[in-house]
Design a protein. Structure first.
Length: 393
C-alpha cells in the first residue's frame, strides 16, 4: 500500500516522533480556524498518535471542530478506533468526497466524526489479523471476541448502533460491501451525532434568543436556502434571525391582528380596552399563551389556541359578572356623555383614564359591587381626575 499522509492546516506546524510517525504539514486552502486535514492511505498506530498530538495542540489553543477528509482503504482496527475516539474528542467535521473512499477500518474514523458528510464510497468487510503462518485457533478466537467487543463498545460510545459491526462480519474479508445511501442512513454514517446536534442547537437557540422548538422550526426553514456559495450563509443567518427566508415577507403582525380581532368578536369580554372586559379570563388566556409559546408555538398560534381553550370556559362567568346588559349599557352611555375621553372607540380616547376606570371597577366588583354599579362608581371617581388632562391634550 501507499504510505499515508495526514495533512493539516497549520503554518509551520509538524508533529514528529521518529520515522514511524506520520507527518503533519500545512495546507493553505482552509477557512476552518481549527484546521483542515486529509487522511489517506493505510491507517497505523503512528497516525492515531499524530491525531492525539493534534488534539492536544488544538485543546491548548481552545480550538475545536477541525475538518477531516477521508480517502483510505483502511488499516489497523485498533489504530482506527483510537483515532476515531480522538476525532470525536475534537468534535471534528468528517467527510468522504465524491471521488474518495473510506473502506474497511476507515469506517471507524468516519464513525468518530461529530458531523459527517458522505459523497464517496464507504465499504465494509470482516476485520482480519495481519499475521501469517500457523496460528493458534484458540488465540484467534480470543482475538476475534476482543475485536468484536472493542468495536461494538466504540460504536455505542459514538451513539451508533453496533449492528454496523454485525453487518461487517457478514462480509468475507476478501470482499467489500459498498454501502448505498439507504444503508448509510440506516447505520447513521451520513448524518451528525445526535449529542453534537443537541449541543449545537441549544447553543444556537440561546444565541438567537429563541426557545429550542422555535429554533428547530427555523432550522427546517433554513434547509430551504438555495445551495449557492455566495448567498447560502447570509440566507441561513437571515432565517435564524427572522424565522423566514429572504424571499418571504413576515406575516406575524397581520396574523396576530386577525387572531385578536376574531377573539374579540367571539368573546368580547377578552378585549381589555372595553368596560365589560373580564380580567380573570384575560389573565388565564395570557397564562396559557405563555405556556404554549414556551413549547414553540408562534405568538399568533398561541393566542388562537389559548382563546379556544379559555373563552368558552369563562363565557357564562363573564355574563354573570357583567350583570344586566341593559343597565350596563345605560351606565356606559351616561359615562361617555359626561366624559367622552372614556369612550374607547373615539380617536381622542384617553387610554390611561380607561385603564384606571377598569382597575377601580375590578376592585369594586371584588368587594361585591355589581357590574353597572361598579362602573358608575369608578367613572365618578376617575372621570374628573382626567377631565383637565384630556382638555389639555
Amino acid at each position: 500500500m501507499k504510505p499515508r499522509r495526514l495533512a493539516p492546516l497549520f503554518a509551520a506546524l509538524a508533529f514528529t516522533s521518529g520515522a514511524a510517525l506520520a507527518d503533519v504539514t500545512k495546507v493553505a486552502d482552509c477557512s476552518t480556524p481549527a484546521g483542515c486535514f486529509l487522511i489517506s492511505g493505510e491507517i497505523t498506530d503512528a497516525d492515531a498518535t499524530a491525531l492525539a498530538q493534534i488534539s492536544q495542540f488544538l485543546d491548548g489553543r481552545k480550538l475545536s471542530r477541525p475538518a477531516i477528509t477521508l480517502n483510505s482503504h483502511g488499516g489497523s482496527v485498533d489504530a482506527a478506533i483510537a483515532a476515531g475516539r480522538t476525532i470525536r474528542q475534537m468534535r471534528a467535521w468528517v467527510s468522504v468526497p465524491s471521488k474518495g473512499h473510506c473502506l474497511s477500518a476507515c469506517v471507524f474514523l468516519l464513525a468518530g466524526g461529530a458531523t459527517r458528510l458522505v459523497s464517496g464510497e464507504v465499504g465494509i468487510h470482516r476485520p482480519y489479523t495481519p499475521q501469517i503462518g500457523q496460528l493458534d485457533i484458540q488465540q484467534i478466537q480470543e482475538n476475534y471476541r476482543a475485536t468484536q467487543d472493542k468495536a461494538k463498545e466504540f460504536l455505542r460510545d459514538m451513539n451508533l448502533s453496533d449492528r454496523l459491526y454485525d453487518a461487517m462480519v457478514q462480509v468475507p474479508s476478501e470482499q467489500m460491501r459498498i454501502l448505498d445511501f439507504n444503508e448509510l442512513e440506516y447505520f447513521g454514517l451520513n448524518r451528525g451525532d445526535p449529542v453534537e446536534d443537541e449541543y449545537v442547537d441549544s447553543a444556537s437557540a440561546a444565541k438567537y434568543g429563541i426557545n429550542k422548538a422555535e429554533y428547530l422550526k427555523r432550522k427546517a426553514v433554513a434547509d430551504k436556502c438555495p445551495n449557492v456559495v455566495e448567498t447560502f450563509d447570509a440566507c441561513v443567518e437571515h432565517v435564524f434571525s427572522t424565522g423566514y427566508l429572504p424571499s418571504q415577507k413576515p406575516q406575524q403582525d397581520s396574523t396576530m391582528e386577525a387572531v385578536l380581532a376574531q377573539a374579540y368578536r367571539d368573546f368580547p369580554f377578552l378585549d381589555h380596552t372595553r368596560p365589560y372586559a373580564y380580567r380573570p379570563a384575560i389573565d388565564e388566556v395570557v397564562k396559557v399563551r405563555d405556556a404554549l409559546i414556551a413549547k414553540g408555538y408562534s405568538g399568533a398560534d398561541a393566542i388562537r389556541e389559548a382563546v379556544r381553550q379559555v373563552g368558552p370556559k369563562y363565557a357564562g362567568k363573564a355574563a354573570t359578572a357583567n350583570g344586566d346588559g341593559a343597565a350596563l349599557a345605560a351606565v356606559l352611555r351616561e359615562a361617555y356623555a359626561r366624559y367622552p375621553f372614556l369612550d374607547y372607540e373615539r380617536p381622542d380616547a384617553n387610554q390611561a383614564a380607561i385603564d384606571e376606570v377598569l382597575q377601580v371597577r375590578n376592585a369594586l366588583m371584588a368587594q361585591g359591587y355589581g357590574a353597572a354599579e361598579a362602573i358608575r362608581a369608578a367613572v365618578n371617581q376617575v372621570g374628573p381626575k382626567y377631565t383637565n388632562a384630556s382638555r389639555n391634550n
